[in-house]
Design a protein around this ligand. Sequence first.
Ligand SMILES: [Cu+2]
Length: 226
Amino acid sequence: MNKGARISIVLVSAAVAVGLILFGIFGYLRTYPPTVVFTPSPTQPHTVDVTLQVEGAVGTGPHPNWVGWYAKDAQGKWVRTTLYQVPEKTYVHVTVYEYDSGGPLRNPYWGKITGTVGNDAVLNGKKVSVLDAAEGNGIGHTMVAPALNLSVPMWGLSGTEKTFCQSGPCTLANAHNTETFTFYTGNHPHNYRWQCFIPCGAGFLNGNGGPMAETGYMAGFWKVVA
Ligand SMILES: [Cu+2]
């Protein structure tokens, strides 16, 4: 083989290798974090059940010490993500297990529950329309999707609970608050951005960096599809 042919082989091989690496990287970026898909059961059209948990340390991935959310997938497995796909024209019954400590709100308005059916939620079996962050252990996190007018605060725990979850995914054996609420996904497909409004990114400027700024931790999308 002459020199020119050998150089060509080396260059083509290098280009293929670079191409494969980029394909892998962009494929990863396209699918990370994963989207959990929620579909109605045949007997209950226009209704889906979504079960989430939120904790002080996700315990996995590149930032195990960051606050973040998990969703239970169709197989019952907890997936660390903030991307949730639901159908349009559907009532979404959300159950959130809150495992993190709480504190006062920077704006008491965020304690108000809006955008849910009835503008209320059920917290540990009791109907609530506003959570007073000055009471108890305050608010841990919030689920806010502005374009859906959805805003639901999550009651925090005391960090000194004996069974306080140190690292996720947490289990129901850990201390937790259970909050349920229902919202309507609207009549059209749309990606609704949501985030937690707490500034819970401890250790970052004003609590707003790190997990507050990253999909998969405290920000995500409700992906409403046809
Ligand atoms: Cu938060």
